[in-house]
Ligand binder design. Sequence first.
Ligand SMILES: *Cc1c(COP(=O)(O)O)cnc(C)c1O
Length: 396
Amino acid sequence: MSSHEIPLSRPDVTQAEIDLVVTTLRSGRLSIGPVLEQFEQSVAARCGRTYGVGCSSGTMGLHMALLALGVGPGDEVITTPFSFVASANCILYVGARPVFVDIDPRTLNMDPAGLERAITPRTKAIIAVETFGNPAHMDAYESIAARHEVVLVEDCCEALGCSYKGRPAGSFGRIGVFGFYPNKQITTGEGGMIVTDDRHLAELCRSLRNQGRPLPEMLRDPGHPGAGVSSVGSWLTHERLGFNYRLSEINAALGLGQMRRFDQIVEKRQRVARMYMDRLLDHKDLILPTIAPETVMSWFVFVVRLATSYTREERDRIIQGMRRHDVGCSDYFPCIHLQPFYRERFGHGPSDYPVAESVSHRTLALPFHNDLTERDIGYVAQTLDLMVGRENLKRS
Ligand SMILES: *Cc1c(COP(=O)(O)O)cnc(C)c1O
């Protein structure tokens, strides 16, 4: 790594989080303890939910959410093709069928009219993704789900701290899932969290993440089937097929430390996004993120796209040129339905979801992290100008 490299992403971990992790390490309690509970309460409170259930990743959170909702073989689950692959993989984990709906080219989220058309008698759930953190259409999805009596699951892995019409991301579905991989708004290293107001769902997820063990509160009911299995407690009673999807106290301590600084983290991210907007606003070859009024963004990534006249090959060369100049740049996201595994399994091909494909061939994710300076942004923008200019020269 050269000294002036500007990485695509970098976690913002301060001494406060390091201290909290060290205190936790010294406490002697490294899993299933009080730090996780505090972290769960803190995230749940942020998004206006009653329950938070921490888990080992956003992907595993989505898996448990679908299991807890009883989604399984024979069911269809609708989601977007323009997302990280986990949004659809979780549907396959439970043996259901993913049904994709093309996106709105401005918001990059599922087109609500297309979503409504895709609902069939087999539809069990909708997994709505807040793409790049934008909660656009979440209220529309909510009413469509209610009208057709299907469950709305929010894949809000990219949206902690975002809000729409005064409602926080994570508060729209029956159940929502956050992810805390190092490139997200906050990180636990690896980790995720389910949020819901439904006590039954929360308890089911707590049991699923912990090897299918009954919760102590479940066992207090003498009629509970697990009550008599192990006479010395619930640790070796497994009343359902469970997993080890727990989040350790160490990871939770990092997350709790990040939550204590959350307002500051969001402000920093908003500042970086504003600098990009100001610098790139007049760029005739770029389409900047469209953020509707009544939307507050906490900014997961900063993704611009090239004008429609640009090809995928030109975009790819621009990304490579940026990287050669030590500027992190990526193609968020290649369409899920065109991933080799999905093509083979479901026979998907180009033009199945033309809007998502057209957008995904022209996106450029620019370096985005909390401590980027005006000078960094200037260098990124200058390099981008240079690379786009080169492609234009080749054409003429
Ligand atoms: C990051 C992300 C996930 C998965 O999170 P992990 O913690 O990496 O498993 C799921 N869905 C979306 C949309 C994401 O961006």
